[in-house]
Design a protein around this ligand. Sequence first.
Ligand code: ADP
Ligand code: MG
Length: 269
Amino acid sequence: MVRAAGVSIHHGGSREPTVDDVSIEVRAGEIVGVVGESGSGKTTLAMAIAGLGPHVGASVSGDLEVAGCDPYAADRVRTRQLRADMQVVFQNPHASLDPRQSVRAGFGELRGLQPERTSWTTDEQLMERVRLAPELLDRYPHQLSGGQAQRVCIARALLFRPRLLIADEPTSGLDVSVQASVLQLLLDVRERDGIAMLFISHDLSVVRLLCDRVHVMRAGRIVESGATTRVLTAPEDEYTRKLLAASPGRRGPGGRAGAGGVASLEADA
Ligand SMILES: Nc1ncnc2c1ncn2[C@@H]1O[C@H](COP(=O)(O)OP(=O)(O)O)[C@@H](O)[C@H]1O
Ligand SMILES: [Mg+2]
């Protein structure tokens, strides 16, 4: 689903690359994590893979193949296909939704973009899939909680029946109490639809729950990669060990619950 080989990303005006020579693969049906502390380049990498490099002021070099094509060199037909095959879920659901549009109107707009691809389901069925009451279809974003709004964003992604979901900290902005249920929804989505995911997070406990394999990113480079269980139980890189030591699950009773692995590392630094 994703093959990135030797990808480097520069932001305009900066000589140092934000992402330096990164290689990542996501196979069909797999959930692959990228974990690292804030500022390590995770979002930049995710946007570049999603074909949105220019939107975040970045130039991308290296080999990139996403759902069978190079997002920066696809013709119109393939670009249209890619826009359905690959969907992105962002950290802040309210920022991704048009405040002037009800949930139903938002679905309608997306259906208009690719009618043939989105006619497989009704709005009500879509809501059921993300476990939202159909009554919420007529609500506006400001009438939704963070968790509900993120479920709507996931529903909007599922509408296209994607093969790949890129999720950039999809639960980091949510109350701790709803984070787990949204993560469970993503697991269900993978289970049921076999959608592959590139999952970006600063939080090792989330990665532990979701990802088959993980890449640890530090200052734009991948410092360690492997099966999640191996990386989290027998880390080879010193930086990974540091992240793990700071992760709430590994803390004594003094640890701050819900602080998130790397977030607490930063707070302590
Ligand atoms: N539009 C931009 N222009 C210049 N620098 C940027 C831009 N976006 C991000 N950066 C820089 O790139 C680095 C990585 O940012 P980001 O990819 O957002 O990291 P993360 O998602 O891991 O927190 C940061 O140092 C940030 O300042
Ligand atoms: Mg980010």
